[in-house]
Design a binder for this molecule. Structure first.
Ligand code: KG4
Ligand code: ZN
Length: 386
């Protein structure tokens, strides 16, 4: 099979990214322009600003990815782009540019689901390490700012299919990290800050009741967005809005608001706060709260995922998406999955968070199948993965 060099483009949320990947197994270049500085003052992603920043960054980012790969627009074999899920305006920037390139260059265009991209980040790196004998069934936990999904992933004759067996009923895990960091005055995005501060607190200090999901999904058996799905197979849903409310109550009952406000003001005044800056502005009570929060989320993600792994008797576990960068999550998964005798694979940290290498990697099986997108396809903000 001849090599295929695919240019991937990703603009679904707050990162403009482009990458060149050879045949889904070798990362040739990977460029990510983060918009964190733009959104930071608002404590979260502002969709209009995201679109504007993507417009500004898309051409230089693609040029840089090609240059670093020693490729040209003409020398790549196909162009892959994220179709959804994500912010509609942000997705449209990447899609419009990818379409224009594909049309002008007369190259195949491949539309990729962002969540499938996260799963293929793991595959790309395992292949790159020489691990070609992946054992099925695979259970993939996609855990990011917008999603907490469990998929059974299968490959048949080169084509991948996915069955959703769990999703969050309310907040995604990454969203909980972001919201809790915001309400503790730690800024945006919350995950990386909480990750670093958690080792300085006592994770047993504050107890949170584990999320109880007793009632069946009120929206019926669906994919999380109200679209019915057929199967009656066991489900493993998540819920993270309760813990966020518990933290809010804790802040109120311990009269922490003045300290939170002082911390927020102090950190906003520092252009790029370092660990010492965060520590200098956090008392032990807050560090204990942060550590206990992270422990609760990590234990919940690991327990539910491993219960699903047991139920479906999977051979391999993938953990991917922005929250997969979390140190405690990785360590806990590794320890507990080993007890079950199941291998667990993560992407490297740079490929856990949003990037375009994962989009180019997920596009490769579609390239082989000639599963190309028509030039009139559009963004799908609520796109499902099947
Ligand atoms: O996959 P991603 O880059 O974008 C989405 O598709 O949403 O994930 C971003 C999310 C954010 O919520 C961020 O706080 C979280 O991933 N995150 C982390 C860490 N790094 C990023 N959460 C916990 N620990 C981390 N080290
Ligand atoms: Zn993502």
């Amino acid at each position: 099979m001849p090599d295929a060099y695919i240019l991937g483009i990703e603009s679904s949320c707050d990162e403009t990214a482009a990458a060149v990947v050879r045949s889904g197994e070798q990362l040739i270049s990977n460029v990510v322009a983060s918009q964190i500085a733009t959104h930071q003052p608002y404590g979260g992603v502002v969709p209009e600003l995201a679109s504007r920043e993507h417009l500004r960054a898309i051409v230089p980012v693609v040029r840089q990815a090609l240059a670093e790969a020693r490729h040209t627009y003409e020398s790549v074999d196909a162009i892959a782009v994220t179709q959804g899920p994500g912010l509609a305006g942000a997705l449209l920037v990447g899609i419009s540019y990818a379409k224009a390139l594909a049309f002008a260059l007369d190259k195949p265009l491949i539309a990729v689901n962002h969540l499938e991209g996260h799963i293929h980040a793991v595959l790309l790196e395992e292949r790159q390490k020489g691990n070609h004998d992946l054992r099925f069934p695979v259970l993939a936990l996609v855990v990011s700012g917008g999603h907490t999904h469990l998929y059974l992933a299968a490959e048949k004759d080169g084509a991948w299919t996915y069955e959703n067996i769990g999703h969050t009923r309310d907040d995604a895990a990454g969203e909980a990290f972001d919201k809790v960091a915001k309400l503790l005055g730690l800024g945006y995005p919350g995950g990386p800050v909480v990750d670093r501060l958690a080792t300085h607190g006592d994770a047993k200090a504050v107890k949170f009741a584990p999320a109880q999901i007793k009632h069946p999904d009120r929206r019926g058996r669906n994919d999380g967005r109200g679209v019915p799905v057929g199967s009656d197979r066991p489900r493993f849903d998540f819920s993270y809005s309760g813990i966020k409310t518990a933290i809010l109550r804790y802040v109120e009952s311990h009269h922490l608001q003045p300290a939170v406000e002082a911390r927020r003001r102090a950190l906003v005044a520092i252009a790029k706060p370092k660990l010492e800056d965060y520590l200098a502005n956090c008392d032990q009570l807050t560090l204990d709260l942060v550590a206990s929060f992270q422990r609760a989320i990590v234990n919940d993600l690991v327990t539910r995922t491993l219960a699903a792994a047991e139920e479906y008797n999977v051979a391999t576990i993938f953990v991917t998406g922005g929250v997969a960068a979390n140190h405690e999550l990785r360590q806990t998964f590794e320890r507990k999955a080993a007890e079950q005798g199941r291998p667990v694979y993560f992407p490297s940290r740079p490929l856990s968070t949003d990037n375009a290498a994962m989009i180019a990697a997920a596009a490769y099986p579609k390239f082989l199948e000639k599963d190309f997108a028509a030039l009139d396809f559009s963004a799908e903000a609520g796109m499902l993965l099947r």
